[in-house]
Design a protein around this ligand. Structure first.
Ligand code: BGC
Length: 679
């Protein structure tokens, strides 16, 4: 039968017509990026490509750069926009690029939690908080799949470090796993229904994720209703028979037929039921059938660049703005000293499988000059990017030149960043400091005779320590690794074309040693103990009443917002209905991110003082107020009880906090939940 003749058949009809060897072949990649075709049965191969912040379609060999594509902001940046609608738009644009390049599945988003500031792939992940990460990852999936392109949520699960990433066993209790690490995936699976989930390399409590039946079948499929394909991470599977039995459908990439032979033998000798293989094949075939709805598209590079710019600008976090140092206004006679190599060689993405070949890169220095046409811009690189002996020797001269360039300027924009190669898949960081050449220069610049204000601009995908140099600055902008349009987005925020509205998706600690996971990261001898339990990120800093540099949820605006009128009522189903009013009381239009946290005041188990349960990003013109409503479900108020094997809602008093960050609570109210129950 021809492939056209097969189009009307369902996945299970097709499976029924396949031989064992065809079925076995379908569950293994045909090459690095394609599923296996079965032409005789009219089943074509489909292509998958990284992900997550731009397409990396590789024309040839495995390590070759991808074909040019829009490099959108990485998740480190998008996590800070707290805007699911915007992330959905980025997802839809990614899907459209996949259509233009004939790609069926994008390997993203990454839904892992930022457990430690040191994880080398933090730039690919959204947040330390599962509610925020889950909502944004679900929005990304929804956007991608709106284009009839599949999303592949990764890396399932407890994949929170790069050290020993292929083997390490993440050791954690079920409550921690459920409440923090699985709940992101659960939200994505149950609300956005991704076509594919990628299993992780690591073990969880001693069992590899790719052969973990409890994880892949009992939780993912039976509990959450996942109906798509479970795909392996690249080269992770060491025993495909065990993987299939656990619920893994597709091994990637191929391995010279070794695992095909093992599966064929296991079916012949009865150690693997053919029905297990059939189910996996049906899911792979269904993926192929779903992909047939995809239509080719023309890539609209200009529109996608504009979206990348808008998303990057919405993700920039104004950490500090003393005495209204920002925004800058374009005036004749204004002299701006722009210091820092990153101003002309921007850092906008990390290294590894996610690296995109950008279609175009906006240079911050050029964009700033364009945005301030009347001003005089003086540039000096200030520091070397490398750390060779020659670089070290050059550092002194570069710093002296920078001081001269800054002399007499009205404002100094110091552009910082993590050096190339600091944020890499496979490698965790060992510290969270900026290079000394950069911070030393900042100290010297800040010591200028005229007390010229210094605005620090940061380009980094993982959190960096600010407490050692913060006092030298008047304003600090955290731009993250914000994709190819980071330069123009920065100019938009510096000049006030965009009023900043980014909010931290992770806490900036005073010191690495304060991080809740510090003593347990990255583990030793093949094990990493998640000893901090559910007290990840702000949950841990708050529980220990630890001082931090900038809290989770923090971010300033060029306007001010006032909160009032909190109402909290029970909804009769164990949940809460919450309303409050937020007003823009400043002089500029802007977005506020209203955050709702909940804490159980007395509990049988130790619970974080407050946990994010909902948020809303709203736009307000000056002088305008708006009422906002939130719903908190019984499940949101529950904890996972390992002894009872379910979510448990304890009756009693809860506190509802509404605020502008986890440590800037503007309104609070206690409420009693009467009815015991579970969700
Ligand atoms: C990474 C995945 C990626 C895959 C394909 C793996 O090493 O962990 O995130 O999608 O390679 O490039």
């Amino acid at each position: 039968m021809t492939s056209t003749g097969m189009i009307g058949l369902s996945a299970s009809d097709l499976v029924a017509q396949l031989s064992i060897s065809q079925k076995v072949a379908l569950c293994l990649g045909a090459d690095n990026w394609r599923t296996a075709p079965v032409p005789e049965a009219g089943i074509e191969s489909v292509m998958v490509s990284d992900g997550p912040h731009g397409l990396r379609k590789q024309p040839g060999e495995f390590l070759a750069p991808g074909l040019p594509a829009t490099c959108f902001p990485t998740a480190s940046a998008l996590g800070s926009c707290w805007d699911a609608a915007l992330v959905r738009e980025v997802g839809a644009a990614l899907g459209a690029e996949a259509r233009a390049q004939d790609v069926a599945v994008i390997l993203g988003p990454g839904a892992n939690i930022k457990r430690s500031p040191l994880c080398g792939r933090n730039f690919e992940y959204f947040s330390e908080d599962p509610c925020l990460a889950g909502q944004l990852a679900a929005a990304m999936v929804d956007g991608i799949q709106s284009q009839h392109v599949g999303a592949c949520v990764k890396h399932f699960a407890a994949n929170n470090q790069e050290t020993d990433r292929l083997r390490v066993s993440a050791e954690l209790d079920e409550r921690t796993l459920r409440e923090i690490y699985l709940s992101v995936f659960e939200r994505v699976v149950s609300t956005a229904r991704p076509w594919v989930v990628m299993s992780a390399y690591n073990k969880i409590n001693g069992e590899y994720a790719w052969r973990n039946r409890w994880l892949l079948t009992e939780v993912l499929r039976d509990e959450w209703g996942f109906d798509g394909v479970v795909m392996s991470d690249w080269g992770s599977v060491q025993d495909r028979v065990a993987a299939l039995a656990a619920g893994l459908d597709l091994e990637m990439p191929p391995n010279f037929g070794i695992s095909d032979r093992a599966v064929t033998e296991a079916i012949a000798n009865g150690t693997l039921a053919e029905s297990v293989l059939d189910e996996a094949v049906a899911r792979v075939v269904r993926l192929v059938l779903r992909s047939r709805d995809r239509r080719p598209a023309e890539l609209d590079a200009a529109a996608h660049h504009a979206l990348a710019r808008r998303a990057a600008a919405a993700s920039i976090v104004l950490l500090k703005n003393d005495a209204g140092a920002l925004p800058l206004s374009d005036e004749p006679g204004l002299t701006v000293a722009v210091i820092g190599e990153f101003a002309r060689r921007p850092s906008y993405q990390g290294v590894g499988s996610s690296a995109v070949t950008p279609l175009h890169v906006d240079v911050p220095l050029d964009e700033l000059a364009r945005a301030l046409p009347s001003a005089t811009i003086r540039f000096s690189p200030g520091y070397p990017l490398g750390h060779s002996e020659a670089d070290k020797e050059a550092a002194g001269t570069l710093a002296d030149e920078a001081l001269r360039a800054a002399e007499g300027a009205d404002v100094i924009i110091m552009v910082f960043g993590l050096p190339p190669g600091s944020e890499v898949e496979h490698i965790d960081r060992s510290h969270i400091d900026l290079p000394a050449a950069q911070t030393d220069l900042l100290r010297r610049l800040a010591g200028n005779e005229n007390a010229t204000p210094v605005v620090a601009v940061l380009f980094n995908g993982s959190v960096i320590r600010t407490s050692t140099w913060d006092d030298c600055t008047s304003a600090v902008l955290e731009c993250w690794l914000a994709g190819q349009a980071a330069g123009s987005a920065l100019a938009d925020v510096l000049t006030g074309i965009v009023n900043p509205s980014g909010r931290l998706a992770e806490t900036i600690p005073l010191r690495l040693e304060d991080a809740p996971s510090y003593l347990n990261f990255p583990g030793e001898e093949g094990h990493v103990r998640y000893g901090e339990g559910v007290f990840v990120g702000y949950r841990g800093y708050d529980a220990a009443a630890r001082s931090i540099a900038y809290p989770f949820g923090h971010g300033l605006s060029y306007t001010q917002f006032e909160y009032r009128g909190l109402t909290v009522s029970t909804d009769g189903a164990g949940g809460l209905a919450v309303t409050c009013t937020v007003a823009n009381i400043g002089g500029r239009a802007g977005h506020e991110v209203v955050q709702l946290y909940v804490g159980d005041l007395k509990s049988r188990v130790r619970r974080p003082p407050r946990e994010l349960k909902a948020f809303s990003r709203i736009y307000l013109e000056p002088g305008i107020a708006r009422e906002i409503s939130f719903t908190v479900t019984a499940r949101d108020l529950s904890y996972w009880s390992p002894s009872r094997g379910r979510w448990v809602l304890e009756p009693g008093e809860f506190r509802v906090d509404v605020g502008a960050s986890s440590r800037d609570i503007r309104l609070a109210q206690h409420i009693t939940i009467e009815s015991p129950g579970s969700s």
